[in-house]
Design a protein around this ligand. Structure first.
Ligand code: CP
Ligand code: NVA
Length: 326
């Protein structure tokens, strides 16, 4: 089997088998935690993880902080606005300085290329905590949630029909295409013709799907997108950094809102995912968040478990240990 990657910047940094191993470990760690156990402590010492944020965050900040602590480490939160990174210190210099003192770096930033530059200059694992292009940690949590809620678990992810409706030109759409293809799912993005996924990502997703037996497609009719779906996901119409365009980012997406009418065309037992924060009455009907069968709160919790599993894999690989270990 292929070596676990040094960094996790893109959904397709993991092979299908590595992604499945991470998801299985996430499910194990979740069960252990319920029993009060924390069996994996790769950051014991404590070693420090630098958690860098150039954009706001609730879930990512929370889940990496709690996760690092539960892995035995110390989470050091660094905001761009209060660090030299925010004043223009080169990414490479920051990476060199951090690498001398921490065991791990996570970064939420704007341009994906800056994250790649950080990874290239870092001696320690770098994890994508969201860029304008991709949000791969979120997709691990989403896949864990699908595995938990559908018969067959992780083994049944291949072949799952996964629809995403809304803004096709954002990090979530791109990561669903790429991460879903790695999982062997059939990913359908429903979005206006004016808001297409990143063409390079779409091509990479097609390549990943060819290896796993999955498929990817982009359609411009919401009913067509969700027809026969096992899972339907959506995301905000106004991503971080797009606040000034908010007024023009509503009308084109209205037909793609997740409503009971739209969901009538999905499979009868289909679940709904939303990475949060959500805007009730815009991209999603409140019932899919506040109703009894909502998957969304499990999805938010699973950020913790999925990222802990990912960090275990990255840190153990760095020590030359096989993943998954005993
Ligand atoms: N879903 C997600 O990444 O949430 P935050 O922006 O709150 O971290
Ligand atoms: N597409 C959203 C995801 C938030 C977690 C954004 O980038 O703001």
């Amino acid at each position: 089997s292929q070596d676990f990657p040094r960094h996790f910047l893109r959904d397709d940094d993991l092979t299908q088998a590595q992604q499945a191993d991470v998801l299985r470990l996430a499910i194990e760690l979740k069960a252990a935690r319920t029993a009060g156990l924390h069996p994996k402590r790769p950051l014991e010492g404590p070693k420090t993880a630098a958690l860098l944020f150039d954009k706001p965050s609730t879930r990512t900040r929370l889940s990496f902080s709690v996760g690092v602590a539960e892995l035995g480490g110390f989470p050091l939160l660094i905001d761009a606005s209060t660090s030299q990174l925010g004043r223009g210190e080169p990414v490479e210099d920051t990476a060199r300085v951090l690498s001398r003192q921490v065991a791990l770096i996570t970064w939420r930033t704007f341009e994906h290329a800056k994250l790649e530059a950080m990874a290239a200059a870092s001696d320690v694992p770098v994890v994508n905590a969201l860029t304008d292009l991709l949000h791969p940690c979120q997709i691990l949590a989403d896949l864990q949630t699908v595995a938990e809620h559908r018969p067959g678990g992780v083994d049944a992810l291949p072949g799952t029909v996964f629809a995403y409706v809304g803004d096709g030109n954002n990090n979530m759409a791109n990561s669903y295409l790429l991460g879903g293809a790695v999982a062997g799912m059939h990913v359908v993005v429903g979005t206006p013709e004016t808001h297409l996924p990143d063409p390079g990502i779409l091509e990479d997703a097609r390549r990943a799907a060819a290896l796993t037996g999955g498929s990817v497609s982009v359609v411009h009719d919401a009913a067509e997108a969700v027809a026969g779906a096992d899972v339907v996901a959506t995301d905000t119409w106004v991503s971080m950094g797009q606040e000034a365009e908010a007024a023009s980012r509503e009308t084109p997406f209205v037909p793609f809102a997740v409503t009971p009418e739209l969901m009538a065309g999905a499979k009868p037992d289909a679940g709904v995912l939303h990475c949060l924060p959500a805007y009730r009455g815009k991209e999603i009907d409140a019932s899919y968040l506040d109703g009894p069968g909502s998957w969304v709160w499990d999805e938010a919790e699973n950020r913790l478990h999925a990222q802990k599993a990912l960090l275990v894999a990255l840190l153990e690989a760095r020590e030359g240990l096989p993943f998954p270990g005993a």
